[in-house]
Design a protein around this ligand. Structure first.
Ligand SMILES: Nc1ncnc2c1ncn2[C@@H]1O[C@H](COP(=O)(O)OP(=O)(O)OP(=O)(O)O)[C@@H](O)[C@H]1O
Ligand SMILES: [Mg+2]
Length: 256
């Protein structure tokens, strides 16, 4: 791609938030979880979102992914303005265009690994691209485990099923909220490697919340949140450079 961050709306953004605010509660108990956040997630880019606990990372991800409502501002997935959609249309957009990987893998215990992987497409009544699904399964190394149910799989294997499920339907964008938070460092590195490969080799767009500088170093770009605002951005991050930046957040989560 030959786009630059200076270009306006012509940039191919997989998702974009503009002046996005999310306020919980009212009066004295009011919490400004997001304070006029503008951010863009470009196609075929791997973005990590970092920041202190409570800085608004999950809220941002949930609002951009159409899982939560927002107080003001706008969110676009591709060309679609989320605010303009009715519930049914939003559900359809989530199902058709977005892949999710959460820390709790959200696998259905009664289904096999393969059935879990193709479930979103089955619900949508879409025929999985067999060759593609095979490639994904190969890539995450689950070939010998497709008939197993989640309880018969290790945590790392379950997480790989969740990754394969997100990739299988070739969504426009994949969101992960600490997708490797439960894994040992080796399984985590594998999952992160798959995600990075899917971006580099397949042009997948990935946005991942993480607390781990090593995980963030797999991304092309890191966006730092503090107190509901974007306070910094880093390109071509390394674990060391991310760690250095994180150290500049004080104990209250503010930035110096
Ligand atoms: N349902 C809710 N009601 C009220 N306040 C909420 C609610 N959900 C989140 N918040 C507040 O919004 C702010 C942002 O929360 P969020 O979950 O986005 O943080 P986070 O950056 O993901 O933190 P963590 O790293 O701990 O997961 C926090 O101050 C939190 O207490
Ligand atoms: Mg969170």
């Amino acid at each position: 791609m030959t786009t630059t961050s200076l270009a306006g709306p012509t940039v191919t953004a997989a998702a974009r938030a503009t002046d996005l605010s999310k306020i919980y509660g009212q009066g004295e108990t009011q919490v400004v979880a997001l304070d006029r956040v503008s951010v863009e997630f470009r196609q075929a880019e791997f973005t990590a979102i970092m920041g202190p606990s409570g800085s608004g990372k999950s809220t941002l991800m949930h609002c951009v992914a159409g899982l939560d409502t927002f107080s003001s501002g706008s969110v676009r997935i591709g060309d679609t303005e989320l605010g303009s959609l009715k519930d049914k249309q939003l559900t359809k957009l989530r199902r058709d265009k977005i892949g999710f990987i959460f820390q709790a893998f959200n696998l259905l215990p009664t289904l096999t690994a393969l059935e879990n992987i193709t479930l979103p497409m089955d619900i949508a009544g879409r025929k999985p691209d067999k060759q593609w699904v095979e490639n994904v399964i190969q890539m995450v190394g689950l070939s010998g485990r497709l008939g197993h149910r989640p309880a018969q799989l290790s945590g790392g294997q379950q997480q790989r099923v969740a990754v394969a499920r997100a990739l299988a339907s070739q969504p426009d964008i994949i969101f992960g909220d600490e997708p490797t938070g439960n894994l040992d460092s080796r399984s985590g590195a594998e999952v992160l490697g798959f995600l990075r490969n899917s971006v580099r080799e397949l042009g997948q767009t990935v946005v991942m919340v993480t607390h781990d500088p090593v995980a963030a170093a797999y991304a092309d770009r890191v966006v730092f949140l503090a107190d509901g605002r974007i306070v910094d951005e880093m390109h071509a991050p390394t674990a060391d450079s991310v760690l250095d930046r994180m150290k500049r957040f004080d104990a209250k989560g503010r930035t110096s």
